[in-house]
Ligand binder design. Sequence first.
Ligand code: AP5
Length: 217
Amino acid sequence: MYRDSSTSSIVLFGPPGAGKGTQAGNISRVTGKPQVSTGDMLRAAVKEGSQLGIEAKEYMDAGLLVPDKIIIGLISERMAQDDASQGVLFDGFPRTIAQAEELSEITEISMVIMILVPDEEIVERIVGRRMDPETGQIYHVKFNPAPLDIASRLVQRKDDTEDTVRSRLNAYHSQTKPLSNWYKENETVNSALRVISIDGRGSIEQVSALIEKELES
Ligand code: AP5
């Protein structure tokens, strides 16, 4: 069983649609670290209609990264909350080297879990994704269908179109992917950091099992 009594945090890293949100609940349960998703926080701000949400929406709808300054502000506020004191599971953050550098000033990172899925599979995963607005549960029309009794209330994210996915993938390759080498280089000089690569191409259950095996080793 995974045991981590430290106050360090975990980063869940990967391209859009790799399965970060799908796997986060289980990792959170196993590690005891609360999930902190910048995507979810930004969508909540957009829904609220706050100034931050209005500013972020433009970038999100276009499949672009929201400026680092906004994201760092959100994370700093979130990390000041009580439940973050024993470290958290970051989902979709950091996404640029600048964000990772700022993060290293806020909390220690003990593990980076990289879920790797090729671009061709990403598009099908994202376009078929559906969300339950009541529970936040993530489904897929083909790979993870929702129970029939809730099917009518499912929604599709506004940025889950084929065009926007292409922009998100471009942003991933140009701004986020370089972070994987940045963390691997950090691992060579920081013995407290472990970077794990997970093949995300299997079923949801197979990917969960691969991650749990790594967490327990
Ligand atoms: P965000 O919400 O973080 O989106 P993302 O990173 O693009 O990730 P997704 O939520 O699309 O995918 P996921 O990996 O969680 O996959 P999921 O588990 O849902 O960010 C949205 C936007 O906010 C960004 O574009 C940006 O504008 C902004 N933003 C957020 N954070 C930011 C930051 N730090 N800096 C700057 N801007 C930021 O799975 C996808 C689908 O696949 C689901 O339908 C699921 O059922 C299915 N699935 C999952 N696993 C499998 C499997 N193994 N096999 C088959 N299907 C699977």
